[in-house]
Design a protein around this ligand. Structure first.
Ligand SMILES: Cc1cc2nc3c(=O)[nH]c(=O)nc-3n(C[C@H](O)[C@H](O)[C@H](O)COP(=O)(O)OP(=O)(O)OC[C@H]3O[C@@H](n4cnc5c(N)ncnc54)[C@H](O)[C@@H]3O)c2cc1C
Length: 426
């Protein structure tokens, strides 16, 4: 018979991606009123920070990717908060020079007018990396941005807080009453702990939908998952694949990381901006169209690569996305915190890594901390139910990683089109 015990906690967080970790860190950091700290427990299944967060470029910009003034302002606020955090944790990422390339002056003017700061226009010849780019980008703007490394950020946020986390097979919401919310933490060995929480925050990414459904859904809230995102990773030596970050309209969004002495370009499915954000034709059900485009875009940016495709390795991530999307009535990239109409339950859909601090601030503004005893009673002691979580960069970085070979066998049309690009990643 599985064991079951109940304890009382102020805040239970389900989900250990960037949002859950940022929130845990903030809740436990709140200045104690009434002489005590708030109690919080984070429950996560699978590798910590292993889902969307692991696949994120974690590219933090100041609204340059958006056109809508509201979204630009939101991204700027998010970026400024990360900047403050980054000042104290500068080993978790780097400030990068980032370029926005435009084929003509008219597009350049149109896109850049909402940026707020006057862009710094540069010429290809002025920079050894830029001079290697295909000549089609007539206008190049240099903007400030930074790239975080998601597993390192997750590990930093968790440092010293491991004892407030638990690795679970699954967390389920059992129900709520005027006293709070009951959450079951089911462990792989069959032990089961019931947590009685004053407040529950769902940060389960793609898992949010199921958790919300399990308590009967929320009136007026339409939760929707956007289609999976695919990310192409191209890895090579510095001389063939330079450090390059930015958006080369309308071809590709590139972020570079250095991994094991090689540069790794990350290109996501934001390859063909269309009228409909995230709903463009590039997320096609058969994927082959997207992959074909992605490979073609790499060659387009760096034409010299097409004569030496054997000098790079290719692989692909598949990431299930949890953002609400426009067809469900909710725009991506908006701050998204949903509160249950009557219970002390919140759901966070940060939509962007950039927005995790903003979303956290919003939840903390709304949440009520009625205060419970910590730790609650549990015959035999309840700490044994906690199985501290750890970030494994390796596990999270390789989650849903397909080698080029595996990818091509699923989508043979890609190999047919680019036979020489199929190098298997070591
Ligand atoms: C390809 C790609 C590139 C991106 N690039 C950028 C970028 O450059 N800049 C940017 O700002 N944003 C970017 N994003 C968006 C950003 O990564 C996400 O918005 C963010 O990581 C979402 O974090 P999260 O914590 O909400 O979700 P997740 O990271 O998905 O975390 C949810 C966690 O909940 C756990 N969970 C689920 N169900 C349960 C359950 N029942 N019980 C216990 N645990 C559960 C999961 O195991 C997981 O660990 C990108 C996203 C993708 C996919």
């Amino acid at each position: 018979m599985p064991e079951s015990s109940t304890v009382h906690v102020d805040v239970v967080i389900i989900g250990g991606g960037i949002q859950g970790l940022f929130l845990l860190n903030s809740v436990l950091g709140i200045d104690p009123t009434q002489g005590r700290k708030f109690s919080a427990v984070l429950l996560n299944r699978g590798p910590l920070a292993g889902e969307q967060t692991a696949h994120s470029h974690a590219y933090i910009h100041y609204g340059h990717m958006f056109r809508d003034p509201e979204r630009i302002a939101l991204a700027r606020r998010g970026a400024q908060k990360w900047e403050e955090w980054f000042d104290d944790n500068s080993d978790t990422g780097s400030r990068v020079t980032s370029y926005f390339g435009f084929e003509d002056k008219q597009t350049a003017r149109k896109v850049s007018q909402g940026w707020g700061d006057r862009p710094d226009w540069v010429t290809r010849g002025s920079d050894p990396v830029l001079s290697r780019l295909d000549g089609k980008w007539q206008c190049l703007a240099k903007v400030s941005s930074f790239c975080l490394h998601a597993p390192q950020v997750a590990a930093r946020l968790l440092t010293g807080l491991e004892e407030f986390t638990s690795s679970v097979e699954a967390a389920t919401v059992l129900g709520y009453d005027s006293q709070g919310v009951r959450v079951a933490a089911e462990h792989s060995d069959g032990e089961r702990l019931t947590l009685h929480a004053s407040a529950l925050v769902l940060c389960a990414g793609r898992g949010n939908e199921q958790l919300i459904d399990s308590i009967g859904g929320w009136a007026g809230t339409e939760i929707c998952q956007s289609p999976p995102a695919y990310m192409l990773l191209v890895s090579g030596e510095d001389d063939i694949l330079p450090v390059l970050n930015g958006y080369f309209y309308p071809a590709a969004f590139v972020v570079t990381r250095s991994v094991e002495g090689k540069n790794r370009w990350l290109l996501s499915d934001r390859l063909r901006p269309s009228q409909k954000p995230f709903g463009g034709g590039y997320v096609d059900p058969g994927l082959s169209g997207w992959a074909r485009q992605a490979v073609a875009h790499v060659f387009e940016i760096l034409p010299e690569l097409s004569s030496r495709p054997d000098r790079v390795e290719w692989c692909v991530y598949r990431a299930d996305k949890a953002e609400g999307w426009h067809e469900a009535g909710r725009l991506p990239d908006r701050l998204s915190v949903e509160k249950h109409p009557t219970a002390n339950i919140w759901a966070a859909f940060p939509n962007l890594f950039t927005l995790a601090p903003e979303t956290t601030a919003e939840i903390l503004k709304q949440i009520t901390f009625p205060g419970t005893a910590w730790p609650g009673s549990c015959p035999g002691g309840w700490l044994r139910f906690l199985r501290p979580l750890a970030v494994s960069p390796e596990a999270s970085e390789t989650a849903n990683l397909l080698t080029w070979q595996g990818f091509c066998s699923e989508h043979p049309v890609v190999r047919e089109r680019f036979p020489s690009a199929g190098q298997q990643r070591a």
